[in-house]
Design a protein around this ligand. Structure first.
Ligand code: ADP
Length: 257
């Protein structure tokens, strides 16, 4: 009787620990990783001033997949660049993992961009005279780090480029080039993957493959994925859709938890 009671207490204790462990894991996984406060970006001055971002605020959790939609010229790319440490805002704050991104000096900002951000553009931006392997490891080299061969092999395999490793970008299809740029974005295990219309230049099959790759990285590594798209079907695959108009967030909808 005593023994079974002790076993019972032990079981409750273990279940309790398991419960708290699950709550803790959920909290860690849902941790706020990005905070954008009252962000404004003005290009130009006086009569020529363009208010590209006008008082934008939102937060994102670790591992979230957010689509950003809105008409051309509404400020989507500007917002992505501000999050990625590419261009300083006119006012407002971007906080990543508790660090005020733009309180850093240029060198710290460059390190932030290299290590914490994987950027993917519509037109790949590969270096034409570097091979597939060399393009993928470029962020490591720029960061004065020795590329990890095992990781490179994993990325090459994951992106379906194993048979093209020594090829140059000019010898690849658009879809393959975009897969190289996804590999390059992932090589430093960034906190964020920021993709600016990554399927905009691809046919629907190649585009689907790119989105599957990005979603796999987002789900497997819990990297926060923020993706600009004009394609409603792609936007609907995200956890959340933010709509921008005239530099402001006009809608922020959670699609799935
Ligand atoms: P979207 O990505 O939604 O098409 P952008 O963020 O590229 O919009 O641009 C928002 C506004 O800011 C547009 O009116 C655009 O012309 C302007 N803009 C963007 N970059 C610059 C720049 N470097 N200099 C001046 N105006 C710019």
């Amino acid at each position: 009787m005593e023994g079974s009671c002790a076993r019972c207490i032990l079981k409750i204790h273990q279940d309790g620990e398991y419960f708290f462990l699950r709550v803790w894991l959920k909290r860690v996984n849902n941790m706020e990783i990005l905070r954008v406060d009252n962000l404004c970006k003005v290009y130009g001055e006086g009569e020529n001033a363009v208010h590209a971002l006008d008082d934008v605020s939102f937060t994102a959790n670790r591992g979230e997949f957010i689509s950003i939609v809105g008409s051309s010229g509404s400020g989507k790319s500007t917002l992505l660049h501000m999050i990625g440490g590419v261009d300083r805002p006119t006012s407002g704050k971007v906080t990543v993992g508790g660090i005020n991104v733009y309180s850093q000096d240029e060198e710290e900002l460059a390190i932030f961009r290299r290590r914490q951000v994987g950027l993917i553009y519509q037109f790949y931006n590969l270096i034409p005279n570097l091979t597939v392997d060399e393009n993928i490891i470029l962020p490591c080299l720029l960061d004065h780090r020795r590329p990890d061969n095992k990781k490179l092999e994993r990325i090459v395999e994951m992106t379906g480029l194993s048979h093209r490793r020594t090829h140059f970008p000019g010898e690849l299809s658009g879809g393959q080039q975009q897969r190289v740029s996804v590999g390059r974005a992932l090589v430093n295990d960034p906190m964020f993957i920021l993709a600016d219309e990554p399927t905009g230049n691809l046919d629907s099959k190649a585009g689907r493959e790119i989105i599957e790759l990005l979603m796999a990285a987002n789900q497997r590594e819990k990297q926060t994925l923020i993706l600009i798209t004009h394609d409603e079907k792609i936007a609907l695959q995200a956890d959340r859709i933010i709509t921008i108009s005239d530099g402001r967030i006009i809608r922020d909808e959670v699609i799935r938890l």
